[in-house]
Structure formats: C-alpha cells, structure tokens
Design a protein around this ligand. Structure first.
Ligand SMILES: [Zn+2]
Length: 325
C-alpha cells in the first residue's frame, strides 16, 4: 500500500514537472513578477554602499508600481475631486507617501499612505511641521511591520481635462522634491496623478519624476521626457516653468501572480464585476455629462418630431442618387 502511495505521489510529481515545462515561459514570468515582492536586503546594502545615483544624475530610469499602490493613489486623488464636487468648489489636490525599495536602476513602489494635507500648488509642504511630524510617526509605526522604507511622495493635479496631461512638476513641486532628495533620501521619487484624465481615459495617468542636482544642466530645450522642444510656450504648458530641473522615469505596474490569477478568474466568470467596476468609476463623469446628454437627446427628439410632421422636409437632405421609395 505504501509503495502504491509513493508511486502515485511520484506520478503526480512527474505530471507537475511536465506541466511545468509546458508552461515554462509563463511560470518563469510568474516567478519574476513575484520576486518584486521579496525584500533583498543584501542587494540594497550593496546599492547603499556604492551609491550609483551620486555618479549618474539619471541613474534611476524606471518605477514599478504595485497594483495596490496604484489603486490607492487613484482612489485618494479621486476623493479630492469628489469632495470638492459635492461642495461645488475646485477639486482638491491630495498628497501622500510612497513605500518601496530600490532595485538596480528601478524604484519599486509597494504601497502608499495618504498625508493629512490637502494643499494647493503654491505651497511647499516639505518644511511643513505638521507634515513632518506625521511622517516621522508613520514611518516609526511602519518600521515595526514592514521592511520597505518611504522612498517618495505622490500628489494629484486635478486641474481639468485638456489635450495635454497634467503630469509634471510645478516649480513648487521641484522645490519640495529637491529638498526631500537632499534631506530624506537621495533615491526619493515624485509621482503626479492626473485624476480627471484618468477618469476620461479609463486608465491611471501617472507620471514619475526625479530632480537634477542644482549644478547639473541638461541639454538646451530638453524636456523631462528627453524630447527637444524649441517652442518655449509649449515646453512650459506641458512641463511647467522648471521643465529643465527634472526628468521623467518610465512607469509600469505589477501584481502578484496569485492576485492577477484571481482577478482574471473574477473578470472572466463574473461579468458583473466588470459592469459594476466601470459603472462606479464612471459615476462622476456620468453625473457631470448628464445635462449634456439630456440636451443631445432632446434635440434628437425635436428633429424626429419635425421629420414626422413634415415628411417632405426630409427629401432635400438625402444625398443625390438615393431613393427613399
Ligand atoms: Zn504639483
């Protein structure tokens, strides 16, 4: 009996191995994705000893944001829009801190925490005492449970929906970011969320940036994304007046293989999740566009009524050569 069990175990193992080789590409991808969740203290110690960011002002080129952090940032930014919409005022800018770790030339954002400030673009918050004491308190309590450290901040730019994204650093943001890069951590990153554009595009609109040290001057007319824009006005509209004091990092999102598997199953098997998810996401925009839609429908009705009353009026509008017989 025992040998039978052993055999069946062995068979199961072989089958699993066979499956493993069949989906090798997928499982390798999976393990790579899940590695982002591991905390490699040794690697971080090596980085901290070598400080490659001191030698290259653009050392950090990528940011990987966990789905959890992205969702929390977006939700927080949208709450600033909704709160103001209820009161009939301008959308609030919100801000918070990013928890994460460096990996080579990438900053990995695992989680984020809202700060109790709803600022305006004109205010530098880096030296705000209330913010500082909150940050110290929060990081002390997190040190007990998490290995990652604060490695950046995020804030929202809920200005309007125009042709350009509002993901950029204003001159105030540059001062804040530069101070934090110097005082808190040279690896510090800044994420800017454009909540209104995210709503309109139905996908997160984030930008991630780092500042140059004051003595560094990038090539003339170079924008943070590396493009050259000779038109000063266009540069300022898209990237702000301090366009040459910071650069943008590539941003991507990740999820654990288990999380993505679960989401995949839920999305496939339960269509209602998709319907419900997109409906609540669209809620604010729907509400705002309600009047527009009523107007459009009523003018359609008017046209219909006119056409039914005066059927002959329709004829001259038909393209030549067509017959309505
Ligand atoms: Zn800003």
């Amino acid at each position: 009996k025992i040998s039978n069990m052993d055999q069946s175990k062995k068979k199961g193992k072989e089958e699993a191995e066979e499956k493993g080789t069949k989906v090798e590409g997928v499982s390798r991808n999976k393990s790579k994705r899940d590695e982002l969740f591991k905390f490699d203290e040794e690697h971080i110690n090596v980085l901290e000893a070598e400080k490659p960011w001191d030698k290259n002002v653009k050392h950090f080129t990528h940011t990987k944001v966990s789905a959890l952090a992205a969702m929390k940032m977006l939700k927080h930014s949208l709450s600033g829009v909704k709160k103001a919409a209820e009161k009939g005022g301008k959308p609030h800018e919100v801000m918070g801190l990013l928890l994460g770790k460096p990996e080579g030339s990438t900053i990995i954002i695992m989680d984020c925490f809202p700060l109790p400030v709803e600022g305006s673009e004109a205010k530098v918050v880096a030296d705000d005492e209330e913010v500082q004491s909150f940050m110290i308190e929060l990081s002390e309590s997190l040190e007990l449970t998490r290995k990652e450290r604060f490695i950046g901040w995020y804030h929202s730019h809920p200005f309007d929906v125009s042709t350009d994204s509002h993901c950029f650093l204003s001159s105030t943001d540059v001062s804040t970011q530069l101070m934090w890069q110097r005082v808190l951590d040279p690896k510090w990153v800044a994420i800017v969320v454009d909540p209104l554009r995210s709503l309109a595009k139905q996908e997160p609109q984030f930008g991630c940036y780092r500042c140059y040290p004051p003595n560094h001057s990038p090539p003339q007319h170079e924008c943070p994304d590396g493009s050259i824009e000779v038109d000063q006005k266009l540069r300022h509209v898209r990237w702000g007046a301090t366009f040459n004091r910071y650069y943008s990092m590539e941003i991507s999102y990740f999820m654990s293989s288990l999380g993505s598997q679960m989401l995949d199953i839920m999305a496939r098997n339960h269509l209602w999740i998709r319907v419900l998810g997109s409906a609540s996401f669209m809620e604010l925009e729907n509400r705002q566009r309600f009047a527009e839609r009523v107007k459009a429908n009523s003018s359609k009705l008017e046209v219909g009524e006119y056409a039914s009353r005066y059927p002959s009026a329709r004829k001259p509008q038909l393209p030549s050569g067509t017959s309505d017989a």
